[in-house]
Design a binder for this molecule. Sequence first.
Ligand SMILES: [Mg+2]
Length: 388
Amino acid sequence: MLNEINSGLIIHEIKAIPISFPIAKNNRVQLGIGNSIKNDAVIIKVTTKNGITGWGEAHHGRCPGAIAHLVNTTIKLLIENKNANDIVDIWQKIYHNQIASHGMGTAACLALSGLDLALWDIRGKAIGLPLYKLLGGNKKEVPSYAGGIALGYQEPDQLVEEAKPLIDSGFKALKLRLGQNLKADASRLETVRDYFGDDITLMSDANTAYTLEDVRNIMPILERLNISWLEEPFPPHDYRSYREAKHIGHVPLAAGENHYTRFEFNRLIEDKVVSHLQPDLSKSGGLTEVMRIANLASSWKIPIHPHTSKTALNMAASIHLLSSIDNGGFFEADVSKNNLFRDYLTKEKPYQINDKGMVTALDKPGIGLEVDETFLTEHPVIEGSSYV
Ligand SMILES: [Mg+2]
């Protein structure tokens, strides 16, 4: 029977569909990386000879049309007629041809990530198991934090107003985006800590916009307010600044959402600077690679808190991952207002927060979600960067 299942898993069709929706003016968020004007994602659909459809999400890379084109042309030709179950070989083939040598590095890594998720979805569906079971995990409660609350650009009372319903809905942890006015950030952080008290876990995210001087100035405040981590103070390639920042204070550094493959994570780990790793299943190389990164980090006792991309597919897959590794940390819940990709791309929701701020993995085979294909045609790509 296994042979039969396997022979049916020859890849019949691969299609990448870039999708977008504009963000209403009153819901736009100013970040260190720009003002978000639209949401983008690239959905990967893989169909096998025996009619199984796998779905994955590739991160948009600020140019969703280009990522989709790469999948629909070069990558498609590379893996035509392979068996969808040969995930390691397919990963290695794309790595060898498109990432290891003159082949659009980051874009190829995003494309590969989405494809890899779709192949894992197929594997689960082919034998009728949800991903967490396929990976040897169990249905545990996974702690979750509310990600991306826009600290730096709101009045303190508005910030409390934004965070309060989240705490009321069960969250015990919040991540606040730092702005570029350190003094204002400090007073806002103070307001949040005072209002919600010490039982709530608070993290902070600088979205790569800090200088070493900024870190020197904000660190004593983060320490005093017991902030659990400072995320991405610098761009991912600025290893020197990360090394220097390590010695500035005691708040641990977090990074990884802009690092690609185990090879870049290996450096992050060996530099002994970053204490919390945040690979993204739709960016860092897919589930195949993030499992490797998690295993590498496990031997250094470093926790994995996967960064969340844009769609329900990535979110549900992240919870499967966290249910299947021995060094899983927090799930990053996207609490942005009106994210259609989270709420309407798939027929069911990717997760529910319980009153303890925990989530659990879905039980249907594979990732556990089916894409509404009408949604794809109704939200065609809007070209251009999502941040201006
Ligand atoms: Mg971040």
